[in-house]
Design a protein around this ligand. Sequence first.
Ligand code: SAM
Ligand code: SF4
Ligand code: SF4
Length: 383
Amino acid sequence: MSQSPAQQTGRIIPIRTSSPDALPLPAAKQATVSRLPIDLLGRPLHDMRISVTDRCNFRCGYCMPRTAFGSDHPFLPQAELLSFEEITRAARIALSLGVTKLRLTGGEPLLRKDIDKLISQLANLRTLDGQPPELTLTTNGSLLKRKARALKDAGLQRVTVSLDALDEATFQRMSDANLSVSDVLAGIEAAQAVGLAPIKVNMVVQKGVNDQEILPLARHFRHSGIELRFIEFMDVGQTNQWQMAHVLPSDDVRARIHKEFVLRPAEQARHGATAQRWAYADGAGHIGFISSVTQAFCGDCTRLRLSTDGRLYTCLFASQSHDLRSLLRSEQQLPDEHIAARLAGLWSQRQDRYSQLRGSPTQDLQAPGNTPAPRVEMSYIGG
Ligand code: SAM
Ligand code: SF4
Ligand code: SF4
């Protein structure tokens, strides 16, 4: 299999260990999928996260530290990227297997040229129930002010915006980009104005780096209708210098907020949601906690990830991927049903539960099926 420059450096590299045609066949080699795939741990396939670019205009230290993603970093060349037609086809195939939710991500997805055109193609797809898919996007917000209207008009339903601090110096230090908090806040306002709602804001909490920003952000988004979610700093990829000492457990974050604003448990968004929701007792809104490190949620994980260059990952921490692009580009012009059967086969063999194993002292992460290191980078797979 030919490799892109990004793969040849041996430094920060998306991991591609499987052969070009490595999507397994389902047990019965049926041409048409007659039932929806369930993985080996009983989890259905409901969500697909699609990374549309591996590039970003930020250099968040927990994701794309400049030391590893410098000006000489070999990003994927254009020819390696899935086209909009290929992405749409992949999504259509995934919907035929029970996926109902599509999330665009990156890198920074708003850097992908004409992203609104892709969104309108995806918005025209239908789930098995004949409904449009839930269509959302995660962004650092820097280009949102400019693009919110076009995204909404194209059929995007809502956005999640990442914002780690209100304090300008902390924000600049963490994002390592020449942009300001006010750019992101203006993007959030624009998204609100055009109705890309309900909006969520993601804050990655790093102990000793931005934990002093928890309360300012909580105060800021109370009464806004926006749900602020606190994400535990995760050990994704190989470049972010992750240490447990820099993780502030969600329970501690919640306790800090609860001291100022009484919280009560809230109804969970839906089965398979990543965040545990809490409500302000005074009715000021909701917050969420994504506690991948201290409270693994693998048992409910229904997400499949598609990388910018068309590789499938069944876990954020996967060290193995599967080449969908070569099937999409096959000279044999494989029908959708054939690729759907391969995808169903892949999902049926899934047994990933990295976060659960990470939290268990008795488990061996090197055991077969337990997704050992090295792991793929977040900016390549999209979070
Ligand atoms: N660039 C977009 C953004 O930042 O929103 C989308 C891609 S980003 C990889 C998706 C999400 O992953 C963001 O909310 C980001 O904060 C989060 N993220 C990245 N690296 C992380 C890490 N090491 N631990 C926890 N969350 C992380
Ligand atoms: Fe870019 Fe998002 Fe990663 Fe930050 S978290 S470097 S904004 S891809
Ligand atoms: Fe899903 Fe893997 Fe995260 Fe567990 S570790 S929740 S299986 S992505």
